[in-house]
Design a protein around this ligand. Structure first.
Ligand code: PMP
Length: 409
């Protein structure tokens, strides 16, 4: 039985107070809170095993290496990756996508080639491709968003043709609460000889993910959004693809032999892990994945689907509110705006009651323009949030509306 109340006891921060109120943390799309098990894994690593990895032959170096490589195995299994050689640790989604845009993009893209993205991309799956396009002469094309926030797949079929070299898409939106049909996009990409990149920053923490079933060539996600520490994430790709790619960062550990005028590269995945990695953070991510596995990602998805629907319904009942994204098949994110209330002011007012929501463009400025706004408020839920917290949010919004209404008069 999935019991959010029991799960909450594992998260020390959730029992703190903010501004005299009980913390209601609804900014999980930005970063998640961490369970005791992850915090203890970090402490244990530093108290008992800390050393640099792969290089030393002393006991601590061996233990640290085993912990780091053990984390790689856990994350690979969590994502359904067939082997660990394709699983590269990065700082997060942003770095993983930059790795692809440099190591694959700069090598494979030519003048006149096309990259297809969507209008709803996070800046981290847009700006790296703008830079790659500038460097290579490739062009960017965008799959539009329909009025309900879903992808216009008919237009996608028209756009993806023989000039396309890469299709890149968010698996789940950090604003619209949509889950995109990335499997279909991967088929479309492959039918045209292109590669498929999936930005899984908002899917890996919330839905069961299997990179083989998605059929993608690149999958990126961030540890800090899935109960893990900041500073670690992953890029998964097919080993044969990673093999063909040039290195991204040069330095220690990614080399096999170094001469004064040239070098050769280490085996995968180390070819893409230059310098001292975020070892403790990777170990912490391993503990986070253990925690998620123990809960079961189907159960997490079901809990958040129900919570997202409940929040959508309760917020809709407020009447004069705009909620972005489709009415059904949502993740646990609700982006909204109240008439004549700036999302920043709203967020500040809710903070006075200990309610943490996000306001702003959510690193999706082109999507904001498409939605005809500059900013929205966003409540984003995770596996420990409850219907009572949704109720607290709704009550606070009612009060906020009265407050701003009186202010407007
Ligand atoms: N893509 C999406 C859809 C996101 O929501 C985020 C984080 N807000 C990112 C990419 C970037 O993740 P990070 O900052 O951890 O690299």
């Amino acid at each position: 039985m999935y019991e959010a109340a029991k799960i909450r006891r594992d998260f020390p921060i959730l029992s703190r107070e903010v501004n005299g109120g009980k913390l209601v943390y609804l900014d999980n799309a930005a970063t998640s809170q961490k369970p005791r098990q992850v915090i203890e894994a970090l402490t244990d690593y530093y108290e008992r095993h800390n050393a640099n990895i792969h290089r030393g032959v002393h006991r601590l170096a061996e233990e640290a290496t085993a912990a780091y490589e053990g984390a790689r195995e856990k994350v690979a299994a969590f994502l359904g990756a067939p082997e660990t050689t394709g699983l590269v640790f990065t700082r997060g989604t942003t770095e993983a996508i930059n790795l692809v845009a440099h190591a694959w993009g700069r090598k494979e893209l030519r003048e006149g080639d096309e990259i297809v993205l969507t209008e709803a991309e996070h800046h981290s799956n847009l700006v790296p491709w703008q830079l790659a396009a500038q460097a290579t002469g490739a062009k960017l094309r965008f799959i539009p968003i329909r009025e309900d926030g879903t992808l216009d797949m008919e237009e996608a079929e028209r756009l993806v043709g023989p000039k396309i070299k890469l299709v890149g898409c968010i698996h789940a939106s950090n604003v619209l609460a949509t889950v995109n049909p990335v499997e279909k996009l991967a088929e479309l990409a492959h039918a045209n000889g292109a590669r498929m990149l999936v930005d899984g920053a908002q899917s890996a923490p919330h839905l069961p993910v299997n990179v083989e079933e998605l059929g993608c060539d690149f999958f990126a996600c961030s540890g800090h959004k899935m109960l893990g520490p900041t500073g670690v994430g992953v890029l998964w790709s097919k080993p044969e693809l990673l093999e063909e790619m040039d290195p991204f960062l040069g330095g220690g550990e990614m080399i096999r032999e170094v001469h004064l005028d040239h070098s050769t590269w280490n085996d995968l995945p180390y070819k893409f892990e230059a310098g001292t990695m975020n070892i403790a953070q990777a170990v912490g991510l391993g503990a986070a994945v253990d925690y998620l596995d123990a809960l079961g990602m189907d159960n997490v998805r079901e809990h958040e689907r129900k919570l997202g629907e409940y929040a959508y319904r309760r917020l809709s009942e407020l009447g004069d509110i705009t909620i972005y994204g489709p009415a059904e098949d949502r993740t646990g994110i609700v982006s909204f705006s109240l008439p004549d209330v700036h999302p920043h002011d709203l967020s500040q007012l809710l903070d006075e009651e200990g309610i943490a929501i996000r306001s702003g463009h959510h690193c999706t400025q082109p999507l904001m323009r498409r939605l005809g706004t500059v900013a929205t408020a966003r409540a984003s839920f995770y596996l420990y949030n409850t219907e009572e917290e949704v109720d607290t949010l709704v009550e606070a919004l009612v009060k906020a509306r009265e407050f701003f209404g009186a202010f407007a008069k």
